[in-house]
Design a protein around this ligand. Sequence first.
Ligand code: IMP
Length: 435
Amino acid sequence: MQVDVLLGLQWGDEGKGKIVDVFTPNYDVIARFQGGPNAGHTLEFQGSKHVLHHIPSGVFRKDTINLIGNGVILDPMSFKEEIKGLEEKGIETKQNLYISNKAHLILPTHRLLDLALERQKGKQKIGSTLKGIGPTYTDKVARTGIRIGDIISEDFHSQYNTLKEIHLSLLKSYGLIIEDETIDQLSFNEYEAKWMEAINLISEMKLVDSENFINQKINDGKKVLAEGAQGTLLDIDFGSYPFVTSSNTITAGVCAGLGIAPSKINRVYGVFKAYCTRVGSGPFPTELNDDFGQKLRDQGNEYGATTGRPRRCGWLDLPALKYAIMLNGVTDLVMTKADVFTGFQKLSVCRQYMINNKNVDFSTFNLKQENLECYLHEFEGWNENINQVNDYKQLPANMKKYLDFIENDTGTQISVISTSADRTGIIFKNDQMFN
Ligand code: IMP
C-alpha cells in the first residue's frame, strides 16, 4: 500500500485541516511530517470548532492512528494544552496517538530566541508566530537539539541545562533580559516550571521509532495520509526566502519528515484557496489593499488560527499555483473557500507576471521586485449561496467558468471543492479518487 499526501499550495491557511478531516475515513493512518505549533488546523463539525497545532487531524475519528513524525518539532506546553482542550470536549487522544522519538523539542529559551531575533531584524522581521520554530530547527541542523526520545533518558536534565546555558548567553548577546520578558503571560521561571510538568505528560505517551512504525503500517497494507502544515510558498528552500518557515513544506518533506521512500508516494492533494492570503511579512504580488481585500478578509474570516492576526488578502495567483503544482507533483487540486466570493460582482486572477510589459517566469527569487506587475484576468461573479451545495452540477455557472479556467491554465484537475467551513460542505468532482 502506498502513501498519499495532502499539503498547502500557497502561504498556509488554505483550509487543510477540514479537508484532512473529510478524507480521514479513507485512511488508517494520518501523519504530520513537518512544522509544529506554528500550524493551526481548524476543523468544524456538529456546531463545534476545533483548532489543532501538533496533533494530526485524524484525532476526531475513533479508529484512526495519528503519528507525529520525526520532521515535526514539538512544544510540550502547547501540546499539553492541545490534549487538555480535546479531552475537555470528550475526545480520546492518547490511545491512537504516536510520537516519533526523533522529533525535536521546543525549549522555553527557543521561544525567547525567536523573539530576540525578530526584534533584531526590525522592519525586516519575518512576522514569525514566535513559537520558537526557527531557533529549534536551527539547533536540529546545528546538531545541538534535544529530541523527544531524550526525555526518558537519565541525563535529560543535564542535556536541557547545557542547551539552556548556550541559549542564555546568546540571548544576552542579543540584549534580551529574561527577567523583563514573559512567555504566554508567564515569567520565564513560571513558564519553565510548567514546561517541565508538560514533559512528564509526553513521557507517558507512545514514543516510537516512527520510520519503522510507519513502514510497518505500509507493509501491512494500511492506507497512510501525510498531512502538511504551512504551505509551499513558505517552504525553507522554495518559498519567498527569507520570509518563510524553517521546514520543507513540500512533498519531498514527507520522505525526510517520516522516513518514507519517494517510490511510496502515490496521490498528492494540493489544497488552495479560491483567492490568496498571507500572514506575516514578505512579498505578495496579488495583495489587495482596497475594499476587495477588506471584503475578502471579512467574508472569509481571515484572521490567524494560531495568532489571531488579520491575514493579508489578494487574488488567486496562477503562476505561483503552477509553481507549487510543479514542486509537489500534485495529482489532484482541492479548492477551498470559493463560497467567500458569493456577492462579488467581479473577481480576478493573476495570469502572468510582467516586468516593463514583458512576460517573465514566476520565481520566488524575484517576487519582491518593485517593477513586477500582475496581468489580471477578470471574471463575472455570482450571488448564489453555495454552502449547502454537494453536487458539482448545482454550482453557479460563473463559478464553473472560474473552476474551468483554473483547470485549463494549470493543466490539473480540481477533484474536490469545499463549499463551507463545516465537514458537510464538500463536493467530490472526481469520485474515483480513493479507489
Ligand atoms: P514561523 O514558522 O513561526 O517562524 O513563521 C514564519 C512565517 O511563516 C511567518 O510569516 C508566519 O506568519 C508564517 N507561518 C508559519 N506558520 C504558518 C501557518 O500555519 N499558516 C500561515 N502562515 C504561517
